[in-house]
Design a binder for this molecule. Structure first.
Ligand code: NAG
Length: 186
């Protein structure tokens, strides 16, 4: 099974750098978990988004948990009802889930996750398709990255939601299903 978000998270070196600077000033006080959350808030602010107070005091796990991560992370292939219940299991309402998905305004996706959308599906803006195909060939280039918000990829704004309403979303939850149907048809 391919774990959710496999090979997706990067830039751990940024966290490591912050961590080593903190450790030299103030050893064994700030957890990596807190660093991640504060760095996230600061990144959002740096890209023009809102600010918020981060409650601190998270403690780092003493061990890494691949299985727990794979079973708790939200899989990109989930259906809408699957997404709603996965977030509900973590205490999020559907409205909160939609708001959180707005973080895609500064996200990137790998070619392999939207190839079906730009070569088979038709309910997507053709200008966007042409642009996405430029960096995502029909064969190969699986790990090539494209922004999920093509309009303003490095601004934390609401363009991601506006784009979805205008058929300008690179991802669709039906991609996995269509791929399966194609395989059956072949
Ligand atoms: C597709 O997007 C382009 C660029 O934003 C826009 O000019 C065009 O009108 C859109 N096409 C449709 C059919 O909405």
């Amino acid at each position: 099974m391919i774990g959710p978000n496999i090979n997706s998270v990067r830039e751990f070196n940024v966290i490591d750098t912050i961590r080593s600077q903190l450790e030299s000033l103030c050893p064994s006080v700030v957890s990596c978990a807190d660093i991640v959350v504060v760095a996230t808030r600061d990144s959002v602010v740096a890209l023009g988004g809102p600010s918020w107070n981060v409650l601190q005091g998270r403690r780092d796990s003493a061990s890494a948990g691949l299985n727990a991560a794979n079973s708790n992370l939200i899989a990109p292939t989930l259906s809408l009802s699957g997404l709603i219940s996965a977030f509900l299991n973590k205490g999020f309402t559907t409205n909160e889930m939609v708001a959180l998905s707005g973080s895609h305004t500064i996200s990137q996706a790998r070619c392999t996750t939207f190839r079906t959308r730009i070569y088979i599906e038709t309910n997507i803006n053709s200008t966007l398709v042409a642009s996405l195909r430029g960096n995502c060939p029909n064969i190969g280039g699986d790990n090539n990255l494209s922004p999920l918000d093509m309009t303003s990829p490095t601004s934390f704004d609401n363009a991601y939601f506006k784009n979805l309403q205008n058929q300008k979303g690179p991802l669709t939850r039906t991609s996995g299903q269509i791929r399966k149907n194609c395989r059956k048809a072949n």
